[in-house]
Design a protein around this ligand. Structure first.
Ligand code: NAD
Length: 356
């Protein structure tokens, strides 16, 4: 691939894409990074503040559904790669209001793909151009305890409006390669955790509630299983796919860390008790089982053999090392997460948990 690259990163003020921006700026300081983000409730410009003085970085507030804006950015910035991570990303919010998920995840991805196709075509279809579409393992649906883990050939069976909208966007990215030869790449990753994760998600939610002495809501019987990957490992995986994968390929990215939700919550309680100087209550005593999420998938598990054997990627963190880093990050960065516990957030929290 040609360097320096000129990359449009969508959703860069969100969790994973902001980690990717920092990873990329450190690994490839000569590359131009243009972040496009609508700054929804999940986007936080403060996360990227330390990069604002970097002449190779630009932040643009805008929507991925805004075609004229995207056309202008692609040309103006002479972009040769899109890393598309902007999305509505929270399953519980997709149950409360699915429309935004279809709009951003399906229509927004389509808008980006179509703008990039016409731009790439107009440039003579350069073979170093890439469009990376970042997706989730939730598109594969739910596993029973005895089922093999999801592989790249597992049929799609999304169960929530979130995963259905991501599945739709994956199919479009795939179709743009097969129909137009556009150099798309797709990754499907398991649950991420790490710095800059919005407070509504399980791991930050537990850390923050423990610090505030609030109940720790655990859905159903707590036996749902998720595979967890440290966000830094995901970003290295995306970097590997961008640099090494053949256009049109799909890779699953996972951490080999299958764990039941209740066991994860116990681990977080114990880590907080160890690392936090003083807590308002004994963390495990705060655990409260709440009515299950409708349509809650029982188990996700990723088979990451393809990316390991073909591209040589493996996670560097274990669940123990990654969780320790993450808990410490939330302890050290209250100034980042405290302002996010806004009135809008409290209202959402009431709707999801108080009613149960
Ligand atoms: P996030 O919710 O933290 O961030 C999403 C970002 O996208 C926010 O900054 C938001 O402002 C922006 N955004 C939303 N709608 C937009 C629009 N219409 N136009 C422009 N920007 C918009 O999400 P995340 O957890 O970092 O997830 C990033 C991507 O990775 C998503 O595509 C998600 O499906 C995928 N993914 C996430 C996980 C996970 O565990 N978090 C796992 C696998 C895949």
């Amino acid at each position: 691939l040609r360097t320096p690259r000129r990359i449009l990163i969508t959703g860069g003020a969100g969790f994973i894409a902001s980690n990717l921006v920092y990873h990329w700026a450190e690994q490839y300081p000569g590359d131009r990074l243009v972040v496009l983000d609508a700054l929804t409730y999940a986007g936080n410009r403060k996360t990227l503040e330390p990069l604002e003085a970097n002449p190779n970085f630009r932040f643009v507030q805008g929507n991925i559904c805004d075609r004229p804006l995207i056309d202008a950015l692609l040309r103006e910035e002479a972009i040769d790669m899109v890393a598309h991570l902007a999305a509505e990303s929270h399953v519980d919010r997709s149950i409360l209001g699915p429309a935004a998920f279809v709009q951003t995840n399906v229509v927004g991805t389509f808008t980006l793909l179509e703008a990039f196709r016409q731009y790439w075509d107009g440039m003579g279809q350069p073979d170093h151009f890439r469009f990376l579409h970042v997706s989730t393992d939730e598109v594969y649906g739910s596993l029973n305890p005895e089922d093999p883990a999801f592989s790249e050939t597992t049929p799609y069976a999304p169960n929530s409006p979130y995963s259905a909208s991501k599945a739709g966007s994956d199919h479009l990215a795939r179709a743009y390669f097969h129909t137009y030869g556009m150099p798309t790449l797709i990754t499907n990753c398991s649950n991420n955790y790490g710095p800059f994760h919005f407070p509504e998600k399980l791991i930050p939610l537990m850390c923050i509630n423990i610090l505030m002495g609030r109940p720790l809501p655990v859905y159903g019987d707590g036996q749902n299983v998720r595979d967890w990957l440290y966000v830094g490992d995901h970003c290295r995986g995306l970097d590997t796919v961008i640099h090494q994968a053949k256009p049109g390929e799909t890779y699953n990215i996972g951490g080999n860390n299958e764990v039941k939700n209740i066991d994860l919550v116990h681990k977080l309680c114990d880590l907080m008790a160890e690392l936090a100087p003083s807590l308002p209550a004994e963390p495990r005593s705060l655990i409260t089982f709440v009515k299950d999420r409708p349509g809650h998938d029982r188990r996700y598990a990723i088979n990451a053999t393809k990316i390991r054997t073909e591209l040589g990627w493996e996670p560097a963190e274990t669940l123990e090392t990654g969780l320790r880093k993450t808990v410490q990050w939330y302890l050290d960065n209250a100034a980042w997460w405290q302002p996010l516990l806004s009135a809008e957030y409290q209202d959402y929290y009431q709707k999801v948990y108080a009613a149960r």
